[in-house]
Write a protein that binds this ligand. Structure first.
Ligand SMILES: Cc1cc2nc3c(=O)[nH]c(=O)nc-3n(C[C@H](O)[C@H](O)[C@H](O)COP(=O)(O)OP(=O)(O)OC[C@H]3O[C@@H](n4cnc5c(N)ncnc54)[C@H](O)[C@@H]3O)c2cc1C
Length: 298
């Protein structure tokens, strides 16, 4: 019997993990706009230590040797195929959407590593760094810079009432205390008007009227979801108000028997650790068609 054609959209944590897991069980095509997978939670260490970046940017071909790799973005979906930005039509029996979050990053691993080196050189030559956003990325970046470059003046401006608002207040307080111990200046309940600031002038105005001087700034306010393109497809009505794909307890797009979504693009709140378990279970679906083994509600 011919192997089922499984097309996975997105080579991030969820899509890459699934492609690696099922490549020997199905005829898998991975579609991603870049040639590599990157470990997101290690990227901030990569900024302060570029040799570390070489370990976290991994060509898809290193772990995905059997299936087809298409380096392009999905721009449309029909009942039977995915259309890519470079004009290919890729047929599927099962489609798995894992387009999580998106940002413009280079296509090749070499270009991405050069980008890390460039950002690192900017940090090294700056005396002061402004970080806009006190969520996990802003806090982690401030900590990495404070540890590796204790002489640099680091400021975080966060519009919320506390750092890391998505977790408990105890953790927020601990992070704040630790950052202050490293002389990081944390300004809460303020935002930065980036339109009236520039790296050339090296001054930034906050909503409270404060002026911050910084040689360099990083915007750490979250990346957009990778679902804008889905609005123009047959799944338009399957997005929630935030742009996440609504899935059932089997991670299947509601009402579609052969289209699934995994990872950050779904309306399911699951941590990456749990996502890994989900993906492992999900992959078994392709070798045991009945019954669906995965039920994320249990
Ligand atoms: C600094 C940082 C630290 C983190 N720390 C943790 C942590 O400690 N614990 C935790 O659980 N989570 C953590 N996270 C969150 C975690 O990284 C995400 O939950 C995870 O990356 C989600 O994986 P994903 O595959 O769904 O999406 P992503 O990793 O965002 O991958 C999406 C992929 O889809 C691709 N794509 C986008 N649009 C298209 C398109 N149209 N066609 C084809 N491909 C497309 C993108 O290029 C990308 O490769 C952290 C994130 C960051 C940034």
């Amino acid at each position: 019997m011919a192997e089922k054609k499984v097309v996975i959209l997105g080579g991030g944590v969820a899509g890459a993990n699934l492609a690696k897991t099922i490549q020997h069980q199905a005829n898998v095509t991975l579609i991603d706009p870049k040639e590599y997978f990157e470990i997101p939670w290690a990227s901030l260490r990569g900024l302060v230590e570029p040799t570390f970046a070489e370990r976290i940017v991994i060509n898809h071909r290193e772990y995905f040797k059997k299936g087809d790799l298409v380096v392009s973005s999905a721009v449309n979906i029909t009942e039977t195929a995915v259309v890519t930005a470079d004009g290919q039509q890729i047929a599927y029996d099962y489609l798995v959407i894992a387009t999580g979050h998106t940002e413009p990053i280079p296509k090749t691993r070499r270009e991405r590593l050069d980008q890390y080196k460039g950002e690192n050189a900017k940090i090294k030559s700056a005396s002061s760094v402004l970080i806009v956003g006190g969520g996990p990325t802003g806090v982690e970046l401030a900590a990495e810079i404070a540890v590796d470059f204790p002489d640099k003046k680091v400021t975080i401006v966060h519009k919320g009432t506390r750092l890391l608002e998505y977790i408990g207040t105890k953790a927020s307080s601990k992070a704040l205390k630790w950052l202050k111990s490293k002389k990081v200046d944390v300004k809460l309940e303020q935002s930065v008007d980036l339109s009236s600031s520039s790296e050339a002038s090296k001054t930034y105005q906050t909503s409270n009227g404060e002026t911050i001087e910084a040689d360099l700034h990083f915007l750490c306010i979250g990346k957009p979801l990778g679902s804008t393109w889905i609005r123009e497809t047959l799944l338009n009505n399957d997005l929630d108000a935030d742009g996440r794909i609504k899935v059932d307890k089997h991670l299947r797009v509601k009402g579609k028997s052969n289209i699934f979504a995994i990872g950050d693009i779904t309306d399911v709140q699951v941590s990456v650790i749990n996502q890994n378990q989900v993906i492992m279970a999900f992959s078994r679906m392709f070798i045991t068609p009945f019954p669906l083994p995965l039920d994320i509600s249990t």
